[in-house]
Design a binder for this molecule. Structure first.
Ligand SMILES: *Cc1c(COP(=O)(O)O)cnc(C)c1O
Length: 320
């Protein structure tokens, strides 16, 4: 672990505060950690992973980075921004077709990333790496979502921030809930809880794309790569809020996000935090979360993921 080099890029520690309106409504104690405040261009959870991944890239003199994600990937956008910051050439292999030039896709281009659309991104990244290496470039591939053992260390840092908050405010959270899309964020928090809090907290990952079984295996693997001793039996994934699928949305969901926005001043995103927050509220309503306890939700970002289709559905709801 001494070998791990971290850069300071994100605007951290991010704030935690109580959401009074919702706490009153559900007679419990709901807190939120604003990881969407981690930056503007690199807003959201990915910058914490990139602090370690780019630490590796810079200390080993890589000059080119390739990564992948959906067309509106927050991870791809944050990678493009950080790469631009350090003068690293960035290639994004986006899984899908060219869409409306907006949101994260616009930002990717603004930061000078080269964009390739592909339905087989893993293979495309490998062949691109080969091609660029033959041209003399030193190429680093960041896996989807930055979710490997190195990237996950960013969320061990996050867990430390949570413990600092608890200490400063003389309070204890019994649960943490967050959106799970590639598992690295969950893995880092789970490891923090295991290592630094005797596994006191239950950490709930609300999946936005894959099944509970898929994530138990994937997160278990990341954890075993971090530390072979970690007990992975308490990984808790809720896959009931995927809805229509990754980056898809429906009217009920949109209605919920608008209600929360009006009531709290917090905007959830339709790909990740919105689905996770619905799962979180549902666990409170169904008493899966004990109402006497303190519960923390992590807002992992995603504001740039609002597409024209999403906005027009919201407009329709607003005009009712
Ligand atoms: C990527 C992402 C997540 C999920 O994090 P993983 O580490 O991929 O599970 C959650 N919220 C937002 C906004 C994201 O961009």
């Amino acid at each position: 672990m001494e070998m791990i080099k971290k850069l300071k890029i994100g605007n951290t520690p991010t704030p935690i505060f109580k959401i009074n309106s919702l706490s009153d409504r559900y007679s419990t104690n709901i807190f939120i950690k604003r990881d969407d405040f981690s930056g503007i261009e690199f807003s959201g959870n990915k910058v914490r992973k990139l602090e370690y991944l780019f630490g590796d890239i810079l200390s080993n003199n890589y000059d080119t980075v390739i990564t992948t994600g959906g067309v509106q990937s927050n991870h791809a956008r944050a990678t493009a921004a950080v790469a631009a910051m350090f003068g690293i050439k960035c290639y994004l292999v986006l899984n899908g077709k060219e869409e409306e030039f907006e949101g994260n896709l616009f930002l990717d281009r603004a930061f000078g990333a080269e964009i390739i659309f592909s339905s087989t991104p893993e293979a495309e990244m490998e062949s691109l790496k080969k091609e660029l290496t033959e041209k003399g470039r030193k190429v680093y591939i960041i896996p989807m979502g930055g979710s490997n053992e190195l990237g996950s260390h960013g969320y061990l840092d996050e867990f430390k921030e949570i413990l600092d908050y608890e200490k400063d405010n003389n309070i204890k959270f019994s649960t943490i809930t967050l959106a799970t899309g590639s598992g690295g964020t969950y893995a880092g928090l789970y490891y923090g809880n295991y290592l630094l809090d005797n596994g006191f907290k239950t950490i709930y990952g609300v999946s936005v794309n894959n099944s509970e079984e898929f994530f138990k295996e994937k997160i278990g693997k990341i954890l075993k790569n971090i530390d072979g001793d970690v007990d992975v039996s308490k990984i808790s994934i809720n896959d009931n809020f995927i809805g229509e699928g990754y980056a898809k949305f429906n009217e009920d969901e949109m209605r919920f996000y608008l209600e929360i926005a009006k009531e709290t001043g917090i905007l959830l995103d339709p790909c990740y935090t919105g689905k996770a927050f619905r799962g979180f509220i549902s666990m409170i309503e169904n008493n899966v979360l004990n109402r006497e306890d303190n519960h923390l939700f992590i807002h992992t970002g995603g504001i740039f993921g609002y597409t024209k289709e999403m906005r027009s559905m919201m407009k329709k709801i607003m005009e009712e």
